[in-house]
Design a protein around this ligand. Structure first.
Ligand code: TGC
Ligand code: FAD
Length: 389
């Protein structure tokens, strides 16, 4: 089966990338084509995550790629975004694994952890020898994480943690969970290691989306934690939300990868498939769809490149990321749905990657701030009036 991984660059944005960034992208793209796409449909069908890829991803410096020190690659944010794009060109689940490890679990420790925590966990996480997950969402609190019910109470020098998290990527395969909980002073974060008495996980089955990704529930039943398990600088909802900004940044780039694959597949298919007198690509209605796809992908690429430059320059605000995540994921989902239609009956089988991407993107549109939550974040930013409740 062709992989449909494409190098679409209609506006010659490659000219704006450094040679090092282009080399990083080329290496990850080649890796994805050789070692991921040949097997990803089977993982999606079997609902398994390709664990064997973890050390290989670490060799490319993927985990914590844009963090400095502690064994991390210290790449710039454009290079990090390009990596996310190549991973998601194969499957959103692969990008999600890297996002959760890097932008959520590692970043939480990097931004809010003690020196001891950073030295203990980050080098091993960069090497893929320790896997992390990030527990914010609860069964009754998704878009409103501030309402969380998971609680930690002081017990001598340590803590006792009780509660539950749901929809947690990498949950059951993680060696450590970054868990957000309420204490008397507000919200804070804890590092809970696998095997801690009272900590258990259960995988969520029956997903039609993100099947090549593990999604779990986390349960905390009187879990006793040392004082050293708390992230000392994590005070208030701002701490987990700052991690989300990092992950949303990577998703905005990643979604372009999924869109690119669907576009390339629709282009190749309609050029080859004849109906009535000529190839489908020779009909005006089909060309209109292809041109709209190309236009939207090009706009998304421009948004991300500028966003990456602003992130590197330190001028990026969370609202800038909301615009990119909201636009690019909706764009990719629209392209995947249109591509699915353009393939006709072949659009529903796993001989082509389109329906897998389409189903995955339904999740990507929901997680890390649903589409309408980003609408409200941006609405509040431009009007000064919050419309959340
Ligand atoms: P709000 O009053 O807006 O904010 C509280 C404090 O946080 C600050 N802040 C942020 N800081 C950094 N980055 C952001 N994105 C921030 N958003 C807000 C804000 O300035 C304030 O600071 P301070 O100093 O004044 O205290 O809080 P709110 O309760 O009104 O909530 C606003 C809302 C709805 C935007 C927020 O709760 C939200 O983003 N909800 C969506 C939840 C979400 O995205 N969950 C994702 C869970 S993780 C996940 O899905 C992983 S998927 C796997 C993968 O990534 O691949
Ligand atoms: P809800 O908050 O119930 O929202 C449902 C709908 O209502 C959405 O369309 C939303 O836009 C809309 N809505 C909500 N509030 C408003 C409002 N005020 N005004 C108008 N409309 C509104 N979470 C983690 O913490 N860690 C993870 O690793 C993680 N991984 C995930 C992996 C998968 C596969 C999935 C599906 C989810 C994952 N999540 C994770 C959870 C994800 O972040 C939440 O699903 C998401 O934040 C939305 O929450 P919810 O599903 O409870 O939807």
């Amino acid at each position: 089966m062709a992989d449909f991984i494409s190098d679409l660059d209609f506006y010659q944005l490659d000219e704006l990338l450094s040679p090092e960034d282009r080399m990083t992208r080329a290496a990850v793209r080649q890796f994805v084509q050789r070692e991921v796409t040949p097997h990803v449909e089977k993982h999606f069908a079997d609902s398994t995550f390709p664990l064997e890829l973890i050390p290989r991803l670490a060799e490319f410096g993927v985990f914590g790629a844009n963090l400095k020190g502690y064994g991390c690659a210290g790449m710039n944010n454009v290079a990090y975004g390009l990596i996310m794009q190549e991973l998601e060109a194969a499957d959103s689940g692969l990008r999600s694994f890297a996002s959760v490890q890097s932008a959520l679990a590692m970043y939480a420790i990097y931004a809010w952890g003690s020196e001891e925590q950073k030295n203990r966990y980050l080098p091993l996480m960069a090497q893929g020898k320790l896997i992390g997950c990030f527990g914010l969402t609860e069964p009754d609190h998704g878009s409103d994480p501030g309402g969380m019910e998971t609680r930690a109470r002081k017990d001598g020098h340590g803590w006792i943690l009780n509660g539950m998290k749901r929809w947690i990527t990498n949950g059951s395969i993680a060696d450590l969970a970054v868990v957000w909980a309420k204490i008397d002073q507000g919200i804070t974060g804890f590092i809970v290691e696998k095997g801690a008495p009272g900590f258990s996980t259960r995988d969520i089955h029956g997903k039609f989306s993100m099947r090549a990704s593990i999604t779990s529930e986390l349960f905390f039943d009187d879990v006793r934690l040392d004082a050293g398990a708390q992230l000392p600088a994590a005070r208030g909802l701002k701490a987990p939300l700052a991690c989300l900004t990092q992950a949303r940044y990577g998703i905005a780039w990643g979604a372009i990868g999924a869109a690119r694959t669907c576009y390339q597949c629709a282009l190749d298919y309609t050029r080859a498939r004849k109906q009535f007198s000529r190839p489908l690509a020779g009909y005006q209605l089909v060309q209109n769809k292809l041109v709209n796809m190309l236009t939207e992908i090009t706009k998304a690429q421009l948004i991300c490149l500028r966003l990456g430059q602003m992130k590197d320059a330190g001028t990026m605000r969370p609202e800038h990321v909301s615009l990119a995540k909201r636009n690019n994921v909706q764009m990719a989902l629209d392209i995947a749905r249109t591509a699915r239609d353009m393939l006709g009956a072949n659009g529903i089988v796993n001989e082509y990657p389109v329906i897998r991407h389409m189903l995955n993107l339904e999740t990507v549109n929901t997680y890390e701030g649903a589409y309408d939550v980003h609408t409200l974040i941006l609405g509040r930013d431009i009007t000064g009036i919050g419309a959340f409740d």
